[in-house]
Each structure stands twice: as C-alpha cells, then as structure tokens.
Design a binder for this molecule. Structure first.
Ligand SMILES: NC(=O)c1ccc[n+]([C@@H]2O[C@H](COP(=O)([O-])OP(=O)(O)OC[C@H]3O[C@@H](n4cnc5c(N)ncnc54)[C@H](OP(=O)(O)O)[C@@H]3O)[C@@H](O)[C@H]2O)c1
Length: 186
C-alpha cells in the first residue's frame, strides 16, 4: 500500500473534457489522481498524456452505471491506498439537448438518470468508507446551472430558452443528493 501522506483523488469520467482538466489541475497540486474511465484504453491514454507531463496519475476502470465496476474500483483503491481524500463525481451525459419535453424518449430519461444520478450516488456511497478514512475528505458532484429550477423558470435567465428535461432533471436531483449528504457529513 502507498504511503498515506499524499492525497488521493478519484475523478470519474476523466478520460476527456472537464474531468481530464480537473485531473490535470489536481495532479499539479501534488495529489495522486485516479483517472476513472469506462473504457480502459481511453483511460490509459489519458493517464499517459498527464504522466508525460510528470504528473502522478493512474487510470482506473470505472463505469458508473455498472455496480460491479464501482465495487471493484473501490476495492482497488482500498487495497492500494487505504483511503480516498477527494471524489469528483464528474461523469455525465447530456443526450436530449434541444428536445421538447413532449418529444423526450422515456429510455433517454432513464439512461440519463442511470449515469448522472444513480451512477453518482452509487460511486459516492461505495467510496464513502474510504473518504471517511481521510483527514479532510472532499466530495464534488458536478452539477450544472441547467439544474436550477429558478433559472429554468426565469424569463430573464440566459438558460430560460434551453430544452433538455432529462439532463436538467438529473442535475436538479444531483443537487438534492449533494444537499442531503452535506447535512449528514457536516
Ligand atoms: N461542459 C459544460 O459546459 C458543463 C457545464 C456544467 C456541468 N457540466 C458537467 O460536467 C461533467 C463533465 O462534462 P464534460 O462537458 O466534460 O462532458 P464530456 O466531455 O462529454 O465528458 C463526459 C465524461 O463522462 C464519461 N462518462 C459518460 N458516461 C459514463 C459512465 N457510464 N461511466 C463512466 N464515465 C462515463 C465520458 O466517457 P466516454 O469518453 O467513455 O464517453 C467522458 O469521459 C458532466 O457531469 C456535465 O454534466 C458540464
């Protein structure tokens, strides 16, 4: 097991986009970063890019919609590091941009909840015992202004005209999850 001094971060959906950049910036702060990716080869490629910059990152296979993948990842983190200091629940999908609610396919709504809500919740719950072992554990759930009911209903908001019930509902739900855990873990 690696020495406990260095902080360990897990970023889900980190093989590209915001997750990749979050990983880079955390690693630049002398944190060991685990790049979660559902596709092992994409995760390895992303990790190699950051390792080439001298950063301490490793890829870890993690599909947030697959409960056994989550359990395996948590077990691996426990075995190698014994704790988790930072979880960034970043993995997310936005499949219904521009779709009116009446045209939304129920399967798209379910799929979006599987990833953005149930996935984030399952990863948080599975890693919580490890985060509790940290001296200063941190959990970041990547929400969006699009999850704000205030903005959705405010005609003066930049976001008023946007359509994406599935994505927006999942981010509103994720906000509630964040609020609930923040009270329990305060
Ligand atoms: N971009 C924005 O302007 C913005 C604004 C507000 C909030 N956000 C939030 O920020 C997060 C990242 O957004 P982004 O723009 O960087 O998105 P992105 O470029 O589409 O990247 C999404 C990441 O999530 C991964 N992912 C999707 N489903 C997954 C699953 N089942 N298991 C594990 N990983 C999965 C993707 O993996 P694959 O490569 O395998 O598909 C990818 O690595 C999302 O939660 C998004 O809602 C983004």
């Amino acid at each position: 097991m690696q020495s406990n001094d260095k902080k360990i971060a897990l970023v889900t959906g980190a093989n590209k986009g915001l997750g990749f950049e979050i990983s880079r910036q955390l690693a630049k702060q002398e944190i060991t970063v685990l790049i979660g990716a559902r596709d092992e080869s994409k995760g390895a490629e992303a990790a190699e890019k950051l390792q080439a910059q001298g950063l301490d990152v490793q890829s870890i296979k993690l599909d947030v919609t697959d409960i056994s993948s989550i359990a395996t990842a948590a077990k691996n983190i426990e075995e190698h590091f014994g704790k988790l200091d930072i979880l960034v629940n970043n993995a997310g999908i936005f499949l219904d941009s521009g779709t009116n609610p009446s045209d939304l396919d129920l399967n798209i709504l379910k799929q979006t909840f599987e990833t953005n809500v149930f996935g984030a919740f399952a990863v948080l719950q599975a890693t919580l015992p490890l985060i509790r072992k940290s001296n200063a554990g941190r959990i970041v759930n990547m929400s969006s202004t699009l999850g704000s009911l205030t903005d959705t209903l405010d005609p003066n908001s930049h976001y008023f005209g946007l359509r994406g019930l599935a994505y927006q509902a999942t981010k509103a739900a994720l906000n509630e999850i964040t609020a609930q855990f923040s009270k329990e873990l305060a």
